[in-house]
Design a protein. Structure first.
Length: 136
């Protein structure tokens, strides 16, 4: 690229560069997380809990790692608390079920930790807390 400016034929400014380096940024990646009781939780009885992770952003989420933490009074009877997938494209979702057994009534917090990389290889970490009640 070559740029020349002249002012009254006396002052000349010349600027030359060999290359232009573009800086490209990928579209943002946004993961939404939710949980849903598939049956009402009753003390001492197993019930399924569905976990959903959706990519609602414009970019792809790569190397997605999901860890779910339950309080001591919610026992995992079947299923896994950890998931890892290679990629979650725009408008894709990951669903899975975990069977839980509540030991006693109360208000609890289910914590979901998500780690992933966006299309520019930036590491992103999110933690979401979900209130969860077990009634008598």
């Amino acid at each position: 690229m070559f740029l020349t400016c002249e002012l009254n034929n006396k002052l000349i400014f010349i600027y030359e560069t060999q290359s232009i380096k573009p800086h490209l940024i990928s579209p943002p990646t946004t993961l939404n997380t939710s949980i849903k009781n598939l049956r009402p939780p009753l003390i001492g009885q197993t019930f399924p809990l569905e976990i959903v992770v959706e990519n609602k952003g414009e970019g792809e989420a790569l190397d997605v790692k999901i860890d779910v933490e339950f309080p001591e009074d919610l026992k995992v009877m079947r299923g896994t608390k950890n998931k890892q997938i290679f990629s979650l494209k725009t408008n894709e979702e990951l669903k899975w079920e975990i069977s839980l057994k509540p030991i006693e009534a109360g208000d609890y917090i289910v914590k979901i930790n998500i780690k992933f990389m966006d299309s520019d290889q930036n590491k992103i970490e999110e933690t979401k807390d979900f209130p969860f009640s077990i009634k008598l």
